[in-house]
Design a protein. Structure first.
Lengths: 110, 115
């Protein structure tokens, strides 16, 4: 059974579109995260939620909006996609300090 | 401010050689956590180890070992008798003690194991 899952795995879309990436964890963890990994493999945190409460919100354009319907889910909605949004987006969850990552969503904006 | 430096951008070794990946960190916290993650060519991020700042014992797990030295703020990772399947990007990471603390990742070291 997959611990942290993301859908879709690949997302190709046109500039200006709105898209969502879904994340679910079945580990019973309280905290979930979204990271962006750029083409140089640099990993940077975007958001963190604990029990549906936003606790980390990095300097991310407000076109990016996370939504946590319950503590097992953290979705990422992106409005008005831009070329620079092309990256791999990773969801993660943690109970104490260790974060476990999903498989990533490869987003390509054309 | 917290910082993680992986000075080795890319390393290539021949299979069966030993290889050490360096990680140097900076933090003002007295309690902190260090991590290593592996990202194979398939792209997923695999957790390898977590080390608490109060535990300086070295750890060995099969062919993997980790050397944590607070005196030099280093948390190096050694692969013994490397195998082609070890080829990946390896990330060292650091976080503070609190729930709200972010994990700060190094820029990664790309390891090529040549057959």
């Amino acid at each position: 059974d997959t611990a942290v899952s993301q859908t879709p795995k690949y997302l190709v879309t046109q500039m200006g579109n709105d898209k969502s990436i879904k994340c679910e964890q079945n580990l019973g963890h309280d905290t979930m995260y979204w990271y962006k990994q750029d083409s140089k493999k640099f990993l940077k945190i975007m958001f963190s939620y604990n029990n549906k409460e936003l606790i980390i919100n990095e300097t991310v354009p407000n076109r990016f909006s996370p939504k946590s319907p319950d503590k097992a889910h953290l979705n990422l909605h992106i409005n008005s996609l831009e070329l620079g949004d092309s990256a791999v987006y990773f969801c993660a969850s943690s109970h104490i300090e260790t974060q476990y990552f999903g498989p990533g969503t490869r987003l390509l904006v054309l | 401010a917290q910082k993680v430096t992986q000075a080795q951008t890319e390393i290539s070794v021949v299979e069966k050689e030993d290889v050490t990946l360096d990680c140097v960190y900076e933090t003002r916290d007295t309690t902190y956590y260090l991590f290593w993650y592996k990202q194979p060519p398939s792209g997923e991020l695999v957790f390898l180890i977590r080390r608490n700042s109060f535990d300086e014992q070295n750890e060995i797990s099969g062919r993997y070992s980790w050397n944590f030295q607070k005196s030099t703020s280093s948390f190096n990772f050694t692969i013994t008798a490397s195998q082609v399947v070890d080829s990946a990007v390896y990330f060292c990471a650091l976080s503070g003690p609190d729930r709200d603390d972010k994990i700060i990742f190094g820029k990664g070291t790309r390891l090529h194991i040549l057959p």
